[in-house]
Design a protein around this ligand. Sequence first.
Ligand code: FBP
Length: 536
Amino acid sequence: MKKEMSLLQKERLLYRSQIPDILQDPLEVSLEEVPIAKENSAIRELFPKTWAMPLFSLVKGKKCILAKRPLRVGVVFSGGQAPGGHNVICGLFDTLKKIHPESSLIGFQDGPGGILKDRAIEITEELLSSYRNQGGFDLLGSGRGKIEKKEDLELSEKVARSRKLDGLVIIGGDDSNTNAALLAEFFLQKGCETKIIGVPKTIDGDLQNEHVEISFGFDTACKVFSEEIGNIAKDALSAKKYYHFIKLMGRSASHVALECALQTHPNLTLIGEEILEKRMKLQEIVDLIADLIVKRSLAKRNYGVILIPEGIIEFIPEMQALIQELNQIAATGGDMQTATILSLLSKDPATLFSSLPHSIQEELLLGRDPHGNVLLSQVETEKLFIAMVTEALAKRKDYAGKFQPLSHFFGYEGRSALPSNFDAQYCTALGTLAALLVHLEVTGMMCAIGHVKESVSQWTAKAVPLTSLIHLEMRKGEKKPVIKKALVDLKKKPFLTFQEAREKWKLQDSYHCPGPVQFFGDRKLCDSLSASLYLR
Ligand code: FBP
C-alpha cells in the first residue's frame, strides 16, 4: 500500500545526508585501540567477559575486506521515539549492502519484546524508501520491554542463533543500552557469535559522556519545543494577561529545559540540578516564582513564560525522599492506594504527600515503567506549581495583579518530528558505524560519532565499551548495573551562559522566536547546532 505523505515529507525523502570522510568507504577502515581507565570492580564481577574490552577508534588506511559471505543483522528500536531513528536504519542498511550486496537486515517489531517473540520483518530498499529522513519509529514500532531476566537472555540467544544473526543493533537510551551490555556478556558466555551494538538514542540528552557527544533526537525535539515556546512568548507579549507554565519532556535531567531556555529566553526556567545543589524546598521554588510574578506586576507586566523540566520533582530533596519511599513500596508490592499509602510512608514524606493536591498524589501513585521509574511525563508538575503559586500570591500584600495561569506540556509532539538536518546526518553516521562494527566483529560497544561541532566531513567514529559506561544504582529496591544518566553540569558553559543571562530575562521581555526547524536554504539556519553543543 502506498504511504500517504505531505509535500514536505516527500521533499525530505530526497534529502541525502553527507557521510563523514572516515565512514565514506566501509572497506578502507580498521579499528585502533585507545586505552581507557576502568575502576569499578563490582562491574568487573558482573561482566567478566566484556569488562576488559578496550575503546576503539575508527581509522583509515588498512583495508577492511569485503565480507566473504553476506552479513545478517537484526535491529530494534527500544524505548521512547526520537527523531532520526529511521536514518540509523538507513545508514545501517546502506552500509551492509556496501559490505556485501546480499547482506540482509531484519527489523524486530515493537521493541525488545519483538526479539523475545521473534516478531520481525525483512527490511528492503523498497520498504525503506518511504522512511528516509522521516520522524517517528513507525517502520518497526518501539516498546519499553526489557531483556534482563535469564529467560529473556536465553530466548534472545535462541532467536539470534536460529536467525543466524552476525549482529544485533539496539537503538535505545540508557536502560536499553544497559540491556545491550547484558546481552553482549551473555552471548559471549554462551559462545553465541552475534555481536551486540548499541546506538545512543533519546530526546532527553542524558545519554552523553566524554565519548558520546549527544544522544540523537535531542537536537530536533528541542528545536520543535523552542518553536512552540517562542510562539507562546509572543502570544503572552501580545495578550498581556497570561502566565504560561510549560512543562518540557526530558525525564530527570534538565538538558531539554536548558537548551530551550537558551533558544527562547523565557522569564524563568527551573533547572533540577541547580535546585538539588542548593537543596531547595518545594515551597522555596514556589516563592521564587511568586516573587518573579510580583516584581513583573509592579512593572505592569502581568504575563510571562516559565519553563519546568519534566523531572523537576526528582531533584527537590524532600520530593526525592518521598519518591524513593513510594518506589520502594511499589517494588515490594505495597498497596499504592491514596487511602493506605500514608500509613506506609515515614513521617516527613507522609506530611509532604498529604500537602500535595489530590491529582498530584494520584499521579505519583500511578504504575512505574518497566525499569521501576516514576512515570514522570504523567505527573502534572506544571499544575502543581500553578496551584501552589496561586496560594502563595493570595497571601502576598505586595501583589495587586491578576494571576491568570495556563498550563502546557510539550513532549510527544517533539519526539516524533521530522529530524533536523543535524539529526538526519548524525543518525545516518551512527547507522553506518553500527554496520561497520558488526563487520569488524566487535561486541558490547556503543557507537560514538565525535567532533560534531566541526563540518560533517570531519566527524570521527569510535566504539565505546558499554561496560565502561555502567555503574550501580538502586532500581526497584535493589542495586542494579545501569548506564549512568548524564545530568546538567552546573560548571559548564551552557549552564553558565544561561545563569549570566537569566536575570535580564526575568523582568525584561527578551523572548526569542526561533521559528520552525529549517531544512533548506541558508546553512546557518538549516544546519545550526543546539546551543548545548556549540557552547561547550
Ligand atoms: P527514552 O528514555 O526511552 O528515550 O524515552 C524518553 C521519553 O520521551 C521521556 O522524555 C519521557 O519521560 C518518556 O519517554 C515518556 O514515556 P512514554 O513514551 O512511555 O510515555
